[in-house]
Design a protein around this ligand. Sequence first.
Ligand code: ADP
Ligand code: MG
Length: 328
Amino acid sequence: MNSEFDVIHRYFTRPARNALLGTGDDAALVACTPGMDWAVSVDTLVAGRHFFPDTEPAALGHKVLAVNLSDMAAMGAIPRWITLSLTLTSALAQNDTWLKAFSSGLFALADQYQVELIGGDTTGGPLNIGIQIIGEIERGKALRRSGARPGDDIWVSGFPGEAALGLRHLQQQVTLTAPEATSCLAALHTPTPRVALGRALIGLAHSAIDISDGLLADLGHILECSGVAATINFERIPRSPALENRLQPENPARQLAIDCLLAGGDDYELCFTAPEVRRDAIAGLVQTTGVNLSRIGTIKTGKGLTVLTADGNPLILETKGYDHFLAR
Ligand code: ADP
Ligand code: MG
């Protein structure tokens, strides 16, 4: 039988690296780097709400860290330390295969970003996994939601909507081909946080957000925080082949594909705004970061978000929840 301390000791304790004191005391100790600010955030995944309880444990370990790294990316911060708040059912607390896979998935991604697990809390109950993350950012340089200015270009990284399409596939609302499913389920289960891109955007972008809640909703947060409006060109939003196929006029899954593209959550791509003079510099980041970047619209004065189709008319969005983003 694993006790609480066996679980902590076997699966979540590693020697301190950058921390002054890691797991094992009442609190960890870390030294702040002079001239840097801290970026602090927490994100929790709840079984049955954020993931199916039978999700691969290694993927869960990856994802719970990835979503937190994504918040650091959206601020332009260097992720440094994490703590883990883990609530396990009694069955999972005794399931060494699950625990080993979960912690391996977590540490594999942590090592990739040189992030250190320095403590946490372990309790019994319905499966719930929270990570608190601390990152560092050059003083005053963080990419905020409030910095967008009229005239800014609006950019998005990667191919939004893939994760949402993968989820719809699991829910049997759409049937993907095997290669489409591989790509969409990878986006859903093992997203890649855009940390290097976030760092590269410091000094170039005026504002940034990660699109965990869907492109329009999250861009809407930038607009609200910045007190500006925006126009998006629907045709400029990048789409993976799986989405592009289903966006064709006669495709029965067209509306579902539009939903995924504009409102699908769980993408962990970055949406950011930058002045026109930075266009070439930003386009150059595609080479250095290896991440696709698309310029999809413009920040305007005023309020609201308009999505224009190729013929220049506003897209009529049927799904509930879109309405307050539309120009009236
Ligand atoms: P306390 O009772 O003082 O809060 P705990 O018994 O909760 O201490 O935890 C003992 C040590 O193990 C602490 O250093 C804590 O940070 C660490 N710890 C507990 N759970 C985890 C976890 N899931 N991951 C990493 N460290 C953990
Ligand atoms: Mg404790």
